[in-house]
Structures are given as C-alpha cells and as structure tokens.
Write a protein that binds this ligand. Structure first.
Ligand code: SIN
Length: 324
C-alpha cells in the first residue's frame, strides 16, 4: 500500500519563504545542527533553528545547569556560544554547504546589540530567517527578558527589522500576563511571525543537599510538561492574529503532538527537548505528522493550520489507528 503521506506536499511557507517541511529543530537543543547529522537527514526538515548566537563568545552559567524534572527538563545554560564571528565563519557555512535552511536565533543585552547582530547577518549565505530570542529566562536580569514587556519587545524587534530583509520571528515567553499583548507589539514593530513559546521559569530543589539543583537557582522548563501551556499560547495568539505565522514549540515528541500545534494555529513546529532522548526525533516527528495529516484528508500542511478554531460543536471521533 502506498504511504498516504507520500501524496501530501510537505512544504510550508513562513512569511513568504518556502521550507521543505513543517518540522524544525528547536533553538538550543542541537547547537547549529552538526551534532545531529549522524542521526537524521537535516535536509528533509523545514530547517535548523540554531542555538541563540550573541555578539561575543560566552561560557554561559556555571554548572550544574541542567536538571531532570517530572516530564520536563530545567536548563540554565546562560546562552553559551561561540559569538557571531565564529558562527559566521563555521556554523552557518556548514549548513549552507549542505543546503539546509538556517533559521538563526540571535540574543543580545540591548536593542542596539540585537540590531548589530542582524546587521552582521545581513546577506549571509544560507540564512533563511531570523528568530529573535527576546525570552531567554537565563539572562543577568529579568529586565533583559525583553519579551516580558510590550515596549521592550517592540524596541528589539524594530532594531532588528531596520537591519535585515529576511523574515524575522520574535520568540515569546509564556511567563507574561497577556501573551497577545506582547505578540501584537512585536508585529507592530515589524516582526513577520512569532515563535511560541520559550521555556517557563522554574526551580528544582535537591532534597539531599537541601539546596537548589541549579547553580543559578532558576532555569527554563521544557519538555512534555509544558505542552498544554504552549498550546494555550499558540491558540491565544492565533485567535488574535490569525494571519501572522506561528512557529509552535513546547514539549513536542510525536507527530500527533505536532498536529495539535497546527490545529491550534501554528504554521510549523520546532522539536527540542525530545532530541536529548532521541536525536532523530525531528525527522521522526515530521514523518509521523505528514502521515497523520494525510490520514485526515489534508492535501497540504497549511490546510490544517488553525482548524480547531473553526469547531463550534464537538466533531465525530474518528479512529485513525494508534500510530496515526
Ligand atoms: C540558555 O542558553 O540559557 C537557554 C536559551 C533560552 O532558553 O532562550
């Protein structure tokens, strides 16, 4: 029997750029893609979203900076990375030479620094899109979590927009009173789309040492524990801004998880924490998602986006089989 997914066009369009598939690697979980290459064909994915790159090389926070929690993972990495010059010399060409779409995540301490990074990336070969990380919870002060303030988020997005023509997505934090308010502000300042969501701020305590597990005390929670929160955020943002493309993420481990994000309003998804247990997860999730879409009669990925919002009454339950 022919695999029904074979008949489905896997391509997605985000802010006018066409990507090969609906699944991306999530920023921070696969560096710039190289480490994953032995486990999957990165060229079949939508693209690689890189670890956030900053202006200068950075060692990040002291260890311990990762902790396992129930259905989740806490990290307080602190934006470790090689800095923009080494990134441009090594990581980005590696992706470009292999024809892998690069979505470069950038992070800075000020709107001006974000603008400088965007300027430095202008015209870089292989650059398909920017993801502007305004929501890292592991920065020096909460004031630097620009996604927690509509004005701060807008300043950063405007500074980036001025410097670059490729699509620019703002990565939002769930740790806000009204995520739609922040989303609107980013779009008004020039964001073409939104990445929803970054991690939630959390703490784990070691009951043997009677101290926090992470040296930084707080960290960002990711993994399946946050999936309902992420879906709620995608739902709210899509309901308010239905024409703005969303890259959805948060606890996706399977094609059906990814399908939930599409139905809630995401145009594509990123897979992150699942990579730690299964480095091939992004390709597997994409394959499962395409199969599940085809089994439900969708002819293209875009047809599923936001479909759950159209339901005014419960629909008939259809049995698709456990794996679909
Ligand atoms: C980190 O490097 O601390 C994580 C980045 C992020 O969550 O945005």
């Amino acid at each position: 029997m022919t695999d029904p997914a074979v008949r489905l066009d896997p391509a997605v369009s985000l802010a006018g750029v066409t990507f090969r598939g609906p699944v991306f690697t999530a920023s921070g979980c696969a560096a710039a893609g190289r480490e994953l290459a032995p486990y999957l064909d990165l060229g079949t994915l939508g693209g690689v979203v890189t670890k956030s790159v900053m202006r200068a090389p950075r060692a990040g926070r002291p260890t311990p900076r990762m902790a396992e929690t129930a259905s989740g993972m806490l990290n307080s990495i602190g934006l470790q990375g090689p800095g923009i010059e080494a990134f441009l010399a090594g990581d980005l060409p590696w992706l470009a030479e292999r024809g892998i779409a690069a979505v470069v995540s950038i992070a800075g301490h000020s709107a001006q620094e974000y603008g400088e990074l965007a300027r430095r990336l202008r015209g870089a070969p292989g650059l398909a899109m920017l993801e502007v990380n305004i929501s890292c919870p592991n920065v020096e002060s909460r004031g630097q979590v620009f996604a927690c303030s509509a004005a701060g988020a807008a300043d950063v997005m405007a500074a980036v927009r001025r410097e670059i023509d490729v699509p620019v997505f703002a990565k939002l934090s769930p740790d806000v009173t009204d995520i739609v308010d922040i989303a609107r502000s980013c779009v008004a300042a020039g964001a073409d789309g939104l990445s929803v969501i970054n991690t939630l701020l959390g703490v784990a305590i070691d009951t043997r040492t009677l101290r926090p597990v992470l040296s930084a005390v707080t960290g960002g929670l990711s993994g399946p524990a946050i999936k309902p929160v992420a879906l709620r955020c995608v739902w709210q943002v899509h309901a308010a801004l239905p024409t703005v493309p969303i890259l959805g993420m948060g606890g996706i481990r399977s094609g059906l998880d990814a399908l939930e994000f599409l139905l809630a309003g995401a145009s594509a998804v990123s897979v992150g924490t699942a990579i730690f247990a299964d480095p091939g997860a992004p390709a597997r999730v994409q394959c499962e998602l395409l199969t599940a879409l085809a089994a439900r009669g969708f002819g293209a990925v875009a047809e599923a986006v936001g479909v759950a919002h159209g339901l005014t009454a419960p629909r008939e339950v259809v049995a698709y089989g456990d794996e679909l």
